[in-house]
Write a protein that binds this ligand. Sequence first.
Ligand code: 4AD
Ligand code: MG
Length: 482
Amino acid sequence: MSQRIKIKALLESKETDREVTVKGWVRTFRNNQFIALNDGSTNSNLQVVVDFENTDAALLKRLTTGAAISVVGQLVASLGKGQTVEVKAKEIEILGDCDPEKYPLQPKKHSLEFLREIAHLRFRTNTFGAIFRVRNTLAFAVHQFFQERGFIYLHTPIITASDAEGAGETFHVTNFDLANPPKADNGEVDFKQDFFGRATNLTVSGQLEGELGAMALSDIYTFGPTFRAENSNTTRHLAEFWMIEPEMAFYDLVDNMDLAEALLKYVIGYTLDKNKEDLEFLTQRLTEEEKQKPQQERSEMTLLEKLQFCLENDFQRLTYTEAIDILKESTPNKKKKFQYPIEGWGTDLQSEHERYLVEKHFKKPVILTDYPKAIKAFYMRQNEPDAKGHETVRAMDILFPGIGEIVGGSQREERLEKLEQRMDEMGIPKEELWWYLDTRRFGACPHAGFGLGFERLVLFVTGMGNIRDVIPFPRFPKNAEF
Ligand code: 4AD
Ligand code: MG
């Protein structure tokens, strides 16, 4: 095999006047002379200069956008604008032709909607190359952050028999013949005869199993796919998304918030460092896109400025109750501009409210704590009722500009009696979660954890507007193509 060099390494090398072998896909071929070659290692293309007078005309014709080629040539300093080096081709081999009449990607700007329909090819565009390199770096940084702190990466099951969030939005897993499932005497489907001998589903969260790990290993994290059958056709929801869920023994809610804030700052900082070129490209892309919008809808900061700002500023921490007071008194609420007016204490915040707090009021990431007990999951630690009798739980949500909720977490209810009582109230079957309750019977301790939606993080860091564009093959209602 030849000593192929990736384009990123070549463009960084100062060692010119040597023979190199490069392989990649033709982005453009202009003037019968200049190939812009890309191999995905970097956003930049390598310029390959073709000696067209001494090259077979038939071969020149096959140098079309999308074709895979191998080039042997001399690496030389470039006189052209926009690059320091280029390759003077000596030999060019076509590895895979690409018929320009049929190839859907043309060297021009395509809409994101169109590219979603050809998601199998969209990696080949500058935008998606940058997005997936950034996504890769973020994933690596997540592991590095936890590994540096002695956390154990725990693989929780994908197939479970529980609905961790108790929201009933699960995908069933079965190998029954759906047209003819076995029935029990009472006429209901007999899951005892199913593969696992019971009804099962794809996991919505690894948290409950994660807590079991933390009760021995102290600090664990999961990082895997989770599945939700919620019929939300929004730019923030996927039916299959990746979640990072750390769970820490002996942590309270403040420790939990500190960890989440440190994690977000670490991974953003790491990516700013590693993917400078991609983030510069994405920043420019966003600035261009925003030019289409009316002035008052454009963001005050560029993408790079937003990321930097996020690193340098403490997240604003306040309780749900304090947030409700701010929202009640806010101009949009008084002028009836909210679609869901804030009337009293107790209702869940809508994304318009979250965005007001983050983007208009505080102008920075916000951590909201101590939500009403009635709107949160059963496992959250219950606070003593406040002076007004409001019942809250030790929950936290982190809200990001342009994104809304990026993290959801809580201190966990470690007191068996309180937990059982809450499960009864909410109709969560205690028999099925006997193993979860056992941790409260045997050496229970204060503990906490959170879930970071990985695609929401990628969305924030890339400045993209739709979550379907930051996962290679998005799963959403009525779509499971590719
Ligand atoms: O707030 P959620 O539902 O919390 C949990 O699942 C807890 N078990 C986490 C924990 O404490 N260990 O989800 C956590 C995060 C949200 O803040 C959001 O970022 C993301 O997961 N998320 C989604 N991302 C994309 N598509 C969806 N449908 C999402 N639902 C939640
Ligand atoms: Mg949540």
